[in-house]
Design a protein around this ligand. Structure first.
Ligand SMILES: *Cc1c(COP(=O)(O)O)cnc(C)c1O
Length: 346
């Protein structure tokens, strides 16, 4: 890491490694919009195969993956069921409303994970004066849930209830590969319970940019219209797609290290007087820390941490979030834990 501080703000802060940069420099390129970029085509093929879907499309961001999927699936006025903590509700600038024209009905899940029964309760009856329930969206892992992993069984139950009622299932798989490494369940097994899903390359996988959205051939054809419409079509995107290929080849198994580091950090922080971490939610690379008993607000603690060389964001007045990734070492999280304890004591 060439920052002078220990960066726990997000796994989006990773820098491309020397090996990744070399792969990018060596990439064969062409016009992506015309389907002529061989490296991008290869990346899409790899992700489609990884997820067991017919086709995939490369997009500049995870947000665009979500927004295009929602726009393809929903007609104006339709309703989406998602957890109340979902990224599509909280961090996408109302895109579901403004781009897809859809409403989102929030489900009160447990740490980002809702049940089949909650879905059944949220599905609208088929009457003239109610919105049409169209889609269930799940987030793997749940970001604001603390990096929790959707168990395959729960996802299967949710998917069955959705399908039986004629709804589609979408997965925001920003951190799907973290779930895969933590659970040992294959990505394609989760994917088989969804109609569409995507993975982010620019989070724990360590790429500078990009997400890949996958689904049926017909879905991806529709997705291309939206990609074009939103300005997401690219030209010699092979230089960034090469980073994605490199990441899938080199940066997946190592996510286990990030999970171990998150666990170490969570236990240290939970041991600090007045601090609590819901340890059962620390299943991957995210640690949510409750500081409501410290006598300082989370933003105050965040500022003091930064002054002492640790960057951790405040989620609200009471909670901070730490995210481990390939640019933070075991030594780094141990040091961060010590500094956190000093700040809370001082
Ligand atoms: C980061 C994130 C996104 C958006 O991805 P970007 O590549 O940053 O646009 C969507 N969903 C979840 C759960 C995320 O964590």
């Amino acid at each position: 890491m060439n920052n002078s501080f220990i960066e726990l703000y997000s796994d989006t802060k990773t820098r491309p490694s020397a090996g990744m940069l070399a792969a990018m420099t060596a990439a064969e390129t062409g016009d992506e919009q015309a389907g002529e970029d061989p490296t991008t085509n290869r990346l899409c093929g790899m992700v489609a195969e990884l997820l067991g879907k017919e086709a995939a499309v490369f997009l500049p961001s995870g947000t665009m993956c979500n927004q295009i999927a929602l726009a393809v699936h929903c007609r104006s006025g339709d309703e989406i069921i998602a957890d109340e903590t979902a990224h599509i509700i909280n961090f996408e600038v109302g895109g579901a409303a403004s781009i897809a024209g859809a409403m989102i009905r929030p489900a009160p899940g447990a740490h980002g994970i809702f049940s089949a029964e909650q879905v059944a309760n949220a599905i609208r009856p088929d009457v003239r004066h109610m919105p049409k329930s169209r889609l269930v969206s799940v987030e793997q892992t749940s970001n604001l849930g603390g990096g929790t992993v959707w168990p395959l069984e729960t996802l299967g139950q949710v998917s069955t209830v959705a399908k039986d009622a004629g709804l589609l299932v979408h997965m925001d798989g920003a951190r799907l590969m973290n779930a895969v490494v933590a659970s040992g369940v294959a990505a394609a097994d989760y994917a088989a319970l969804t109609d569409t899903l995507w993975i982010d390359l620019s989070k724990g996988l360590g790429c500078p940019i990009g997400g890949v959205l996958a689904g049926s051939k017909a879905f991806i054809e529709e997705a291309w219209f939206w990609k074009q419409r939103l300005g997401g079509s690219m030209r010699q995107s092979g230089v960034i797609a090469a980073a994605g290929i490199y990441a899938l080849d080199h940066n997946v198994d190592r996510l286990a290290e990030d999970h171990e580091n998150a666990r170490v950090l969570a236990e240290v922080l939970h041991g600090v007087d007045g601090v609590s971490v819901p340890l059962e939610t620390v299943q991957t690379n995210i640690v949510i820390v409750d500081v409501s008993n410290i006598g300082k607000s989370a933003p105050e603690i965040s500022a003091e941490l930064l002054a002492k060389g640790v960057r951790m964001g405040a989620l609200d007045k009471q909670r901070l979030r730490a995210v481990t990734h390939l640019d933070v070492s075991r030594e780094g999280v141990e040091r961060a834990g010590e500094i956190f304890a000093e700040v809370c004591a001082g």
